[in-house]
Ligand binder design. Sequence first.
Ligand SMILES: Nc1nc2c(ncn2[C@@H]2O[C@H](COP(=O)(O)OP(=O)(O)O)[C@@H](O)[C@H]2O)c(=O)[nH]1
Ligand SMILES: [Mg+2]
Length: 374
Amino acid sequence: MFGFINRGLGKTADAIKNIAPKKKLKISKDELEDILLETDIEYELVEIILREIYTDEVSREQLESKLLTTLAYSDYKEPSDITPPCVDLIIGVNGAGKTTTIAKLAARYKNQGHSVILGASDTFRAAAIEQLTQWAVKLDVPIVSSKQGHDPSAVAYDAIDSAKAKGIEHVIIDTAGRLHTQTNLANELKKIVRICDKAHSGAPHRKILVLDGTQGSSAISQAKAFNDMIDIDGIIITKLDGTARGGSLFSIAYELKIPILYIGVGEQPEHLLVFDKYEFVTGLLDIIYYDEDEITPETTRLSEDDTIHVNFEEKMKRLHKHIYDDGFDVLSKHFVREQNTWNEYRFSKNEQSGYYEILERDGSVLRSYDLNQL
Ligand SMILES: Nc1nc2c(ncn2[C@@H]2O[C@H](COP(=O)(O)OP(=O)(O)O)[C@@H](O)[C@H]2O)c(=O)[nH]1
Ligand SMILES: [Mg+2]
């Protein structure tokens, strides 16, 4: 599994390549406008991004700083003074990916060595309870559930209560995405929030909205509606692997000013990435522009010549294969994960030697690779 962020941006990359097939060192404002709109960044935001660029041609650094600015509000600070259990309440419309995301979060906590219990508070549909139960069995985590139609708040209460009794560190609560009316839904969510706090003062610690990434920027109004019902602490955007509308993430972050916590890039438990704005922006820039590593005197001279580019990509593919064979998954340009332990390591190019290195936390080199020897 190479480059998880690339997995999330794959379809977006295809769409960009359709209108700008070749990577560039600089790009005209007009062409850039087309590209940004193509990725479903809203028109107003595209205008804002381009407004303060005063040159006709836009460099990678110029665009990078603008894109990062639009994500300025997406930084999230983990609340530090939580008395366990930490309670995540997961909300969002039907089909957004709530239940799948809960499984991914549970797997993540588990892999970090934490204990977790699920609360099946989507009692509106029997299938929803069944689906979450199946994940609980598969992931081998406890679950509190009841029959269809039962009070979802009671399930949330019991899940938190059970966590307190057994010393479980995390509770994740599923909710229904739709009831007979919007008012019903609002009232029910508010009640669940109230009851969580009753079960454990301060809970739910994170009210997380799950948004379907394939809906692009049109998910913004939906998010506003949920935020009006109960204040949302963070967003998870799912299905980025299945959409060419990856740029909508910028509009969502910019409009809502609510941090994006994770992104979903597939249906399996490991397909959840902590949202790292630097990685995401780098991923997008890499589709449009030459990468810093690729810019050599030759690239500059022959920037229209695909062969250098193709050679570089070929070498990178081989590098990734070597790393994989050595027992690591490449998560992003700057991180790898050991397949056995799920420990994450930094991965970077050593500017002096030119070698690519997997680094321990203290900076010592765990593995090193010479691209030219591959
Ligand atoms: N490709 C892809 N599919 C996803 C992702 N997250 C969820 N899904 C799929 O979306 C569908 C709806 O998900 P579900 O968790 O049941 O949504 P819920 O109704 O909000 O609980 C399921 O078929 C999931 O497998 C994702 O990140 N990528
Ligand atoms: Mg569900």
